[in-house]
Design a protein around this ligand. Structure first.
Ligand code: BES
Ligand code: MN
Ligand code: ZN
Length: 501
């Protein structure tokens, strides 16, 4: 994306679309009462007044209306975009509104957009939030899940002018836009990996992509193949992969933005590139979106690309456990007992509870790498979606302060998260008669029993588990969001890294 920050009058701007963001005016009068309106000529004024009368200029969130630019304008079209009441504006509302018009306008190649946020007069969001959220949403909103179509419905918006008033500081805004663009690119990296089919995105190819990212941003990247995973005694993760023709991999990606004795933030991702359920086979309906089951690992990679690109002064190591859960004569079986890397033995009573088996070994590997704090991300349980719905990430933790930090980062990014309990009673449900632990609990409280299982592999390091089974993948398109991968929690992870001490 190339962008310019300019302060010029609206009519001088050349663009396919001149987007004017408007709030839902508190006095109910709308745009025709604003100062900007008075700069319009009489013909345009009367047109606008009529539009307002028709209810087209209410400024309600995501309401938009367009008209051919009248003579005197260099742009081809005007587009008024509602963002709702200024006093209620949040990052996610603004992002929704901008994505809506990005989706609408990015339907051709080489579309040029100009946008003005001046009319918002926003005091709820900082200048940085306002412009970084807008830039991010243009980047995210103009890319779809139509990766495999001959003529995709979306083309990235490569040319955007941001119109600012003379009193705003251009360099601050440029910085905010650059940050937003980096976030958007990180999110799109995550989304494209998740939207990629399991034919294309499998452990080795994912690892290859991680290597490319590492090279692009100057990060260290270690890819552990099967032989090394055996050496590392990662039998729990290897068992998940053993029914597949695709061998398992673990990617360890190191970003060093601070000195080597500064603390390290560890990010762990579930990377099940396809989850058939294994011998505990999923029905078709439950299986059809399971290319998304590596979203945790893809989120770690997308966030790390953004963190490195922003050159944040922190140390972050990403650990991505990659395996495909398939059915064959070599599949792991019910009743098998696996010895995890940290010595805990696990009785397998459901091969579809595979994510925790992958994470068990990757978490214990991360702990041995001396990370000071851990976050894992996983499309782990349907139970979490039942509890919190499709838009909310489940939070689980073994340490209150660390959980608060992650939650407050999510709050400032306006991503929805909710903490669920970690009572010890849930661990009782995992007791096995033949091994140290079994890999499923009872029917109830499944999101927490999964988290209690993971806790056993965290070695007491402050840890937050984020269950993104609901929000990582959207089942259908909507006006403000392309269906498929969402890239949820990339922004929050970057925020956590920015505040990490
Ligand atoms: N990958 C699934 C969880 C999932 C469900 C992700 C829906 C995204 C959308 C996970 O591996 C799984 O199959 N979990 C089982 C656990 C059960 C067997 C204890 C589940 O949720 O049913
Ligand atoms: Mn599963
Ligand atoms: Zn799974």
């Amino acid at each position: 994306m190339s962008y310019n920050v300019i302060s010029e009058s609206w009519n001088a701007i050349e663009a396919d679309w001149l987007v004017i963001a408007i709030p839902e005016y508190e006095n109910g009068e709308g745009f025709v009462e604003s100062d900007s309106f008075n700069n319009f000529d009489d013909i345009l004024k009367s047109q606008m007044a009529q539009m307002q009368k028709q209810g087209d200029l209410k400024g309600k969130l995501c309401q938009w209306t367009t008209l051919p630019a009248p003579s005197g304008f260099s742009a081809k079209r005007l587009l008024f975009l509602g963002t709702g009441k200024a006093s209620n504006l949040t990052r996610s509302k603004l992002e929704k509104a901008v994505r809506t018009i990005a989706r609408k306008t990015a339907d051709k190649k080489n579309v040029k957009i100009a946008i003005s946020l001046e009319e918002l007069n926003c005091s709820e969001l900082s200048l940085n939030e306002l412009y970084s959220s807008t830039a991010k949403s243009f980047v995210v909103g103009s890319i779809g899940q139509d990766l495999y179509q001959k003529e995709p419905g979306h083309y990235s918006l490569d040319d955007i002018d941001f119109l600012i008033s003379k009193k705003e500081t251009k360099s601050d805004i440029e910085q905010a836009i650059a940050e937003g663009e980096i976030l958007g690119c990180g999110i799109n990296l995550t989304r494209q990996l998740v939207n990629g089919t399991a034919q294309d995105v499998y452990p080795e190819s994912f690892a290859e992509e991680a290597l490319n990212v590492a090279e692009e941003y100057g990060m260290e990247c270690d890819i552990l193949d099967e032989e090394r995973l055996v050496e590392e005694k990662m039998q729990s993760m290897l068992a998940v992969a053993q029914g597949s023709d695709r061998p398992a991999r673990m990617v360890v990606l190191k970003y060093q933005g601070a000195s080597s004795d500064d603390p390290v933030l560890g990010l762990v991702g579930k990377g099940v590139t396809f989850d058939s359920g294994g011998l505990s086979l999923k029905p078709s309906d439950g299986m059809k979106t399971m290319k998304c089951d590596m979203a945790g690992a893809a989120t770690v990679l997308g966030a790390m690309a953004a963190i490195a690109s922003l050159k944040l002064p922190v140390n972050v190591t990403g650990f991505m456990g990659l395996a495909e859960n398939m059915v064959s004569g070599a599949s792991y079986k019910l009743g098998d007992v696996l010895k995890a890397r940290n010595g805990i033995t696990i009785e397998v009573l459901n091969t579809d509870a595979e994510g925790r088996l992958v994470l068990a070994d990757v978490l214990s590997y991360a702990v041995d790498q001396k990370v000071s704090k851990l976050i894992d991300l996983a499309t782990l349980t349907g139970a979490c979606v039942v509890a919190l719905g499709e838009e909310v990430t489940g939070v689980f933790s073994n340490q209150t302060e660390w959980a608060e930090e992650v939650k407050s980062a999510a709050k400032s990014c306006d991503e929805s998260v909710w903490e669920l309990p970690m009572f010890d009673e849930f661990a009782e449900l995992l007791k096995s008669d033949v091994a140290d632990v079994k890999n499923i609990g009872t029917r109830w409280g499944g999101a927490t029993t999964a988290a209690k299982f993971l806790e056993k592999f965290t070695g007491g390091v402050p840890w937050v588990h984020l269950d993104i089974a609901g929000p990582a993948f959207a089942s259908s398109n909507s006006d403000d969001r392309e269906g498929g991968a969402t890239g949820c929690m990339v922004t929050t992870l970057v925020e956590v890294a920015a505040n990490f001490k």
